[in-house]
Design a binder for this molecule. Structure first.
Ligand code: GLU
Length: 420
């Protein structure tokens, strides 16, 4: 299997095959502007010193300061961070935010760290990179296995090093220190807004729409909640350890599942606890190809590949994760008339809310939660319409259309600056 950056570059090439991109421009877009790699020493609870590897890749800042999350995950490596930073540049351009793209990561399993160790690691990351980031340079945010607490520690460390409080240096912070309530649910809410639009356009009803969701983190769980509340039928849900699927077409209740997960640490059935008449256990692989109308990958990259794409039963895929579908799988899905709402559009609600948070921080203002959600929905729908029109114009899938749109915008910015 190709690494995520190779897949990302294939996606770029696919867009270049649709519209003319100057040779020099393409070459520039094939390389990140800056790559930072750091060593983060942490004194562990057992007294031993351990050194973690951290990265920040700043891909392109033609449209504005670099923007993108920080991931704490054992599988983090430079190719993954490069791909994720490129996708951030594309994503911000698709939804028209005045940002470039970046991403950070630390190779670590945060579940094995105590709270103190995690705080040390978060502060160490900022100590290693504080000269390279900031509200006008590069604004990090949460990603897989980082959360508002981590952002709070990082913002504090940055502020300590600068000598003044800088709330605009990180987004996705706790509300008490400049975060906004709407940020935590925004990734899922943005994707859900698009689901509603697609279902409405196809004259379907929520009650007759069966949804399977891979991943039960911030994005997957909130999406499940929103869909459940709106009357959609959730027929499958998974976390990193396994899945449960509905047995008799009965809807899975995500609220109950969260209780179970908190109690048991996993969401699939545990003989004594789970009502086996209602749900049955499955693997993540089985969940991806189960019988449903909408599939929502909300975990990590490379889940739908050339191996399982032709077995996908869903008519629509909404990518809340970054990079869940490979370019080879995209081709198969397109041939099979499966609509893929790509990551760079479907999960852009997260960074859009980050932009709202940052705007309020640097202007010392605050908006109401309902106003924030209304603006978020507006941007999501408008961006979807733009992608839809581009897809129709060139007769291409939504991913290619998103890339065409984004590359046009990034190129215009680079031209405006006189880079190309
Ligand atoms: N990590 C999120 C993403 O992949 C959010 C980035 C941000 O808010 O800057 O889009």
């Amino acid at each position: 299997m190709k690494n995520p950056f190779e897949n990302a570059m294939q996606q770029l090439q696919n867009a270049a095959d649709v519209v003319e991109i100057g040779e020099g421009v393409l070459e520039l877009l094939q390389k990140p502007q800056r790559i930072h790699e750091i060593a983060i020493p942490v004194k562990m609870d057992n007294g031993k010193l351990k050194t973690f590897r951290g990265y920040r890749v700043q891909y392109n800042n033609a449209r504005g300061p670099y923007k993108g999350g920080i991931r704490f995950h054992p599988a983090v490596d430079i190719d993954e961070v490069k791909a994720l930073s490129f996708w951030m540049a594309i994503k911000c351009a698709v939804v028209g935010l005045p940002y470039g793209g970046a991403k950070g990561g630390v190779e670590v399993n945060p579940k094995e760290l105590s709270k103190r160790e995690l705080q040390e690691l978060s502060r160490g990351y900022v100590r290693g990179l504080y000269l390279e980031i900031g509200p006008n340079i590069d604004i990090p945010a949460p990603d897989v296995y980082t959360n508002e607490q981590v952002m709070g520690w990082m913002m504090d460390q940055y502020s300590l090093l600068k000598g003044y409080t800088s709330p605009g240096s990180f987004t996705g912070k706790p509300v008490e220190i400049g975060g906004i309530t709407a940020r935590a649910t925004a990734t899922a809410r943005g994707g859900f807004t698009l689901l509603e639009r697609i279902i409405e356009q196809s004259n379907k009803k929520p009650q007759e729409t069966r949804i399977a969701i891979q991943g039960f983190g911030n994005a997957g769980y909130v999406f499940a909640q929103l869909a459940y509340d709106a009357g959609y039928k959730i027929v499958g849900v998974s976390d990193s350890r396994g899945a449960i699927v509905s047995k008799n077409g009965k809807c899975i209740n995500p609220y109950k599942l969260l209780e179970l997960k908190q109690e048991k640490g996993k969401i699939y059935c545990d003989k004594s606890v789970c009502d086996s008449k209602e749900y049955k256990e499955a693997t993540n692989e089985e969940l991806l190809v189960m019988d449903c109308n909408v599939l929502v990958p909300a975990a990590i990259e490379n889940q739908i590949t050339e191996k399982n794409a032709s077995d996908v039963k869903a008519e629509t895929i909404i990518e809340l994760a970054n990079g869940p579908t490979t370019p080879e799988a995209d081709e198969i899905l397109y041939k099979n008339n499966v609509i893929v709402v790509p990551d760079v559009l479907a999960n852009a609600g997260g960074v859009t809310a980050s932009y709202f948070e940052w705007s309020q921080n640097i202007q010392n203002t605050s908006w109401s939660e309902s106003e924030t959600n209304r603006k978020l929905a507006e941007i999501m729908i408008e961006s979807y319409e733009n992608v839809y029109d581009t897809a129709k114009k060139y007769d291409i899938d939504y991913r290619k259309a998103s890339f065409v749109l984004a590359i046009e915008r990034i190129t215009q910015a680079m031209e405006g600056r006189g880079w190309v």
